[in-house]
Design a binder for this molecule. Structure first.
Ligand code: ADP
Ligand code: MG
Length: 233
């Protein structure tokens, strides 16, 4: 098992946002958290990463409890994270944004700047451009590439398809398939079931901080009642 989340409870002040979520990600899988805006997807991922520590529950990564650890420790153990707001360094170039990760996580491995450029063919032409001038889609690709530079065994992506053009979504789907072929396990959060079906095997629907559905995405797609109830756009 790559990741086990057990009875996770997370609050912002008095407001209980995650109300006892449990989920599993098996080694080699691509799993997607689905749910409308405000459902609790980002907070779940932030709790796993230690950015918003949970009030209760456990997070177990490769058999080892990581609940409440510092984000940099969790990254060093091999969990990569591309947040929904991307956090690209605006004054660094594309290439510097990628290079800096190796120094921070200190995890040697197979991912290099050149391999990230192969995955996202849009990036090499921008290698000397500063982060501040990139489009939203370009920043998304760079944020995923940057997370890969830490050589994660588990890669967590928050809303990877959000705001991407159809062509960029195609690139992203291909990239995720290749990342998986390299042996990286993925946990995504996304609102777009059509996109999720192209890359993920299994998923969970979150609503009001609770899991409402768990299963294969093809089965979910066939159940339009659930889709309308929890996901409809
Ligand atoms: N920093 C914060 N402070 C207070 N409430 C927050 C904060 N971030 C998110 N929330 C609230 O927590 C709930 C879940 O949000 P979030 O995890 O971002 O959902 P999602 O990623 O599914 O859109 C929402 O009601 C949101 O308003
Ligand atoms: Mg979110």
């Amino acid at each position: 098992m790559m990741l086990e989340v057990r009875d996770l409870v997370t609050a912002y002040g008095q407001s209980l946002v995650i109300q006892g979520i449990s989920l599993d990600v098996t080694t080699g899988e691509v799993v997607c958290l689905l749910g409308r805006n405000g459902a609790g997807k980002t907070t779940t991922l932030r709790s796993i990463m230690g950015l918003t520590p949970p009030r209760a529950g456990r997070v177990i990564f490769k058999g080892k409890e990581i609940t409440g650890r510092q984000p940099f420790e969790i990254a060093r153990l091999g969990v990569g994270y591309a947040p929904d707001d991307r956090r690209i360094f605006p004054d660094l170039t594309v290439e510097e944004n990628l290079e800096i990760v190796r120094r921070v996580t200190g995890r040697e491995g197979r991912w290099t700047v050149e391999r990230v450029y192969q995955l996202f063919p849009l990036l090499p032409g921008l290698r000397g451009n500063r982060g501040i001038g990139l489009s939203g889609g370009e920043q998304k690709m760079l944020a995923i590439g940057r997370a890969l530079m830490g050589n994660p065994t588990l890669l967590i992506l928050d809303e990877p398809s959000e705001g991407l053009s159809p062509l960029m979504v195609h690139t992203l789907v291909e990239a995720i398939r290749q990342i998986r072929q390299e042996g990286v396990t993925l946990l995504l959060a996304d609102q777009n079931l059509k996109f999720a079906r192209r890359v993920a095997d299994r998923g969970y629907i979150i609503e009001k901080g609770t899991i409402r559905y768990s299963g294969r995405l093809d089965d979910l797609w066939a159940d339009q009642e659930i889709v309308r109830k929890y996901l409809a756009v």
